[in-house]
Design a protein around this ligand. Structure first.
Ligand code: ADP
Ligand code: MG
Length: 907
């Protein structure tokens, strides 16, 4: 019984059914070296045992014996893998059963022919849609990789319809989830783990085969690589292909990505899809084998020890070829997708040649046409001898592709060289249990692999952390030890010195006493004892004193630094307090000044309003006169006090308050600025100090209606000056005013905005820009408010604009229809030309006259009904100058005169 990677169903058993030996087997055994074959089988069964994967039950078809495996070492092993339903199939095939049913426990696949009939096929391994990538690798590729490491050639191929998972099975990099890694990545991991980088080498080539031309995916300029076959050994090589030596997994992954990018670029250039080409990865493994090892593995039992030690180092070469074949559907559908038959043949040549070779091998044919295509020439050394070849056929579940799935299964069957099995009628009630367990097992395998990876990373991290901590602690410990040692040495030396001194002194005294009292030796001994006691006491005392002294010094030092810190902080605190006090004083002064100022300003306005609108006709200057103080005594006083404040507080400071945090302060400040702006003599100073810019900014940033009204009024006043008009335009004033108008509810705000735009309308140079930025539209938009003050300003703006246009046309700098007409002002003009309110009427009448002076406008004026207004103005207008102007305009226009004649009106 074999397990995991080695449990392919064996050929001997199969052959015994037919009672003959197949050509495949014959050919294989002809080419194979019995000792190598035996070695390989040994290694394969050991792989199976160590992989710890699930084992087939002894009774199952897949469960072979050691003898079975030894029987056909080179037989192509075939596994079938079913792709799960994809999103599209889950929807489109929701009401249909899958076209196949897998019985992995019996290694069988049932292909549904219709609702009541199925065909059953047997494979070396049946991989359900739940099979993990790890298990697929271990079953399909691991035995092949093991034998490559042992010095044989190995091939892993994936065959199947496009979209069934060939590339998923072979080529997944698994960068996001390690459990997703495909066969190629896992194979290289196993190879790198097994070889020694000092003595062995691993190198790869990566190629694409398309329309019988072999392209180097590692060097796109190299696109016609030739295949060289050694006539003696039968070895196939590609001397022209780039070979890159691999030292670590990361550089291999980068190489694969590079190859993939080149493949994409090449396919874009050739206008093909990768599903039409074959991708081939070749891994060359060279290992040096020590004499002893070689002798051991050669199974030559009688080599002497001497012979063993004399053996030179040998190199063992193995080649792994991984082939992601072109989509199998091309065989049946050649000629589709706009290819000529020749092209289609060429695209599929290699794949059909592969099929023919497989058939020939399976049918025991005398001639195997390996030379028919590049692919079969390349794979020549994969089909026999000591090579180990694995084929994974991939299928999808959809009943819509039953045809493709059937042909894929048949290909796999031929590759295995088995006939369809008898239909199985019996059902097994433990089938579903086994299936469930299978799914669980695969999930667990995936989970385990993920966890193990995470666990290993965690362990590695903890190990480095701990090592760092240990070495840090060791360093600290060594430092402390050294310091301690030095200190003790010093203390020791000092006490020795002192003892010596004392000893000398006592000796001296002793001598004296000896002389004087001639005391006995006992007394001397007594004294000596006393002396040593004293010495030790003294030493202890001295140590104590030293200790205390150093403590004292430390305490003093820290106290001194704390004191200076406190002093510094206290000083800072005082400074801060002083500064705060000063600022508070300044703020309160400013606030009182502001309050006073705004009070005065409100007063002024109230007084102005009382004598203001109504009396003053809505002429060009009306707005100014409404906002600007009239000259009388009390106003003169106001002016004086404002001017006073202006000087006291400083313009800059007032302007800076426009950006104050406090909304009230901002409102007061804008009122003050508006009052200052009403005075012509202040205007230039305000603009120079950036006041106009600040007002525009405020208009854009504030949500407050009062601020909008007052700021717009101030801007309107500043907009009387030509330079300021240009500045307003260049700072996006029209846009800001339009937005303000659109959001305003208060007619007074609208009046201010309209007044500002009306002033801008009177600038000859700004006509086009103003219109381009929506100035005229904004004006017209405001008429829906209906308030006569607003309408008067709109009318004034239109009159101003018409006047400028008329001037420009007369000078020849403007041609074409009036922009007012272009922007749809005419209906409103006609409607209000005879408005009851005289400020509105007067401006519109003027506008009509200006428009009428240009023949280009005449047609529109006639269709819009403006001709009748012109006739009325020329007859009824209370102002004689306008009446005359209208009359003159009318009689000098051929279009108007012709229209009057057409209507038989005598004029
Ligand atoms: P092929 O190479 O045969 O044309 P792909 O490998 O590109 O097919 O697979 C087609 C699609 O199906 C891809 O989106 C792939 O991720 C998905 N797929 C294939 N096999 C599986 C599988 N076993 N499990 C999940 N998704 C799969
Ligand atoms: Mg693919």
């Amino acid at each position: 019984m074999a397990s995991g990677g080695a449990n392919y169903r064996n050929g001997t058993q199969r052959n015994s059914l037919k009672g003959t030996t197949t050509a495949t087997d014959r050919q294989l055994s002809m080419n194979s070296n019995p000792s190598k074959a035996a070695l390989k089988n040994k290694s394969l069964s050991s792989v199976g045992a160590s992989s710890g994967l699930r084992k087939s039950s002894p009774g199952s078809l897949g469960g072979g014996t050691a003898k079975d495996d030894a029987g056909v070492p080179g037989r192509v092993r075939v596994a079938v893998r079913l792709r799960p339903r994809n999103a599209e199939e889950s929807v489109a095939d929701a009401d249909f059963a899958d076209c196949v049913e897998l019985q992995p426990e019996f290694k069988r696949l049932k292909l549904r022919k219709n609702n009541w009939d199925t065909d059953t096929y047997e494979f070396d391994e049946v991989l359900t849609e739940f099979a993990s990538q790890k298990r697929v690798y271990e079953i399909v590729a691991k035995p092949v990789v093991e034998s490559v490491l042992d010095g044989y050639n190995g091939t892993v191929m994936a065959y199947g319809q496009t979209g069934t998972g060939k590339t998923y099975t072979l080529g997944r990099l698994g960068e996001e989830d390690t459990a997703d890694r495909g066969i190629i990545v896992r194979a290289m991991e196993d190879i790198l783990a097994d070889v020694s980088l000092e003595s062995d080498s691993v190198s790869v080539s990566y190629l694409q085969l398309y329309m019988e031309s072999l392209q180097d995916l590692l060097d796109p300029t190299n696109d016609n690589i030739s295949i060289v076959e050694d006539p003696k050994s039968g070895d196939v090589s590609l001397p022209g292909a780039t070979l890159v030596e691999i030292r670590d997994q990361q550089s291999f992954l980068e190489l694969l990505q590079l190859g993939e990018a080149h493949r994409y670029a090449a396919n874009t250039r050739l206008n093909t899809e990768s599903s039409r080409s074959h991708a081939l990865l070749m891994v060359h493994v060279k290992r040096s084998v020590k004499g002893r090892e070689l002798a051991h593995s050669s199974q030559n039992g009688n080599s002497t020890n001497m012979a063993k030690s004399l053996r030179p180092t040998l190199v063992r070469k193995g080649k792994l070829v991984v082939v992601d074949l072109a989509g199998s559907e091309r065989i049946d559908k050649s000629g589709s997708e706009g290819h000529t038959l020749e092209e289609a043949k060429s695209i599929n040549l290699s794949l059909s040649a592969l099929g023919k070779c497989i058939n020939a091998l399976a049918e025991n044919s005398a001639h195997v046409p390996v030379r028919d295509s590049k692919l079969t020439r390349l794979l020549r050394d994969s089909f026999g001898g000591t090579a180990r070849t694995s084929l994974v056929i991939t299928i999808g579940p959809s009943p819509r592709h039953r045809g493709e799935t059937t042909s894929t299964i048949m290909f796999g069957q031929r590759a295995m060289k088995v006939e369809n099995m008898l239909k199985l009628k019996e059902e097994f009630d433990y089938k579903s249990l086994a299936r469930k367990l299978d799914i669980q097992l695969d999930k667990l395998i995936m989970e385990h692999e993920r966890k193990q990876k995470a666990f290993e990373e965690e362990i590695e991290r903890i190990t480095t952390d701990t090592q760092n901590q240990i070495s840090e602690a060791e360093r600290n410990y060594a430092d402390a030890m050294e310091k301690e040692r030095l200190k003790y040495q010093k203390d020791y030396m000092e006490s020795i010195k002192k003892l010596e001194e004392k000893w000398m002194m006592n000796q001296h005294k002793l001598g004296e006493r000896k002389d004087q009292m001639a005391s006995t030796a006992e007394e001397v001994a007594e004294l000596q004892k006393l002396l040593s006691k004293e010495t030790s006491l003294r030493k202890a005392a001295e140590e104590e004193v030293n200790n205390l002294k150093s403590q004292l010094a430390q305490l003093k030092m820290s106290e001194a630094s704390a004191n200076s810190e406190i002093l510094k902080l206290r000083k800072m605190l005082e400074d801060e307090a002083y500064r705060k006090e000063k600022l508070e004083g300044e703020i309160s002064m400013l606030q009182t000044q502001l309050l006073q100022l705004s009070f005065e300003a409100d007063e002024t306005r109230r007084r102005l309003d009382r004598g203001g609108p109504g009396k003053v006709p809505g002429g060009l200057d009306s707005l100014i006169s409404q906002v600007r103080p009239q000259v009388n005594d009390s106003v003169n006083e106001e002016k004086a006090s404002i001017a006073n404040l202006f000087e006291q507080v400083g313009l800059q400071k007032i302007l800076s308050l426009l950006e104050a945090e406090d909304a009230d302060v901002r409102i007061h400040a804008v009122k003050v600025v508006a009052n200052l702006a009403a005075e012509e003599s202040n205007q230039q100073k305000i603009v120079e100090a950036g006041g106009l810019t600040s007002l525009l900014l405020l208009l854009g940033s504030s949500e407050d209606e009062t601020i909008h009204r007052v700021a717009a009024g101030a801007i309107a006043n500043l907009a009387m000056n030509e330079t300021n008009q240009e500045l307003i335009m260049s700072e996006g004033g029209i846009r800001l005013l339009s937005i303000t108008a659109a959001n305003a509810e208060d007619p007074q705000t609208l009046r201010m905005v309209a007044g500002a735009i009306a002033n801008l309308c009177g600038n000859d140079k700004l006509q086009n820009k103003l219109r381009g930025e929506g100035g005229i539209k904004a004006l017209l938009g405001m008429v829906k408010c209906g308030h006569p003050d607003v309408l008067a300003q709109v009318a004034r703006g239109i009159a101003n604009f018409a006047k400028c246009e008329s001037r420009a046309s007369a000078q020849g700098s403007k041609t074409g229809r009036s922009l007012l007409i272009e922007d749809g002002a005419l209906p409103w003009i006609v409607q209000n030309a005879n408005n009851d309110a005289s400020p509105i009427r007067r401006h519109i009448e003027l506008a009509v006259c200006h428009l009428a002076q240009h023949e280009v406008n005449a047609r529109d004026m006639i269709t819009g009904g403006a001709l009748w207004e012109l006739v009325r103005i020329s007859q009824d207008c209370s102002r004689e100058d306008i009446r005359t102007l209208a009359h003159r305009t009318l009689t000098s226009s051929p279009t108007f005169l012709a229209e009057l004649r057409r209507l038989r009106i005598d004029y």
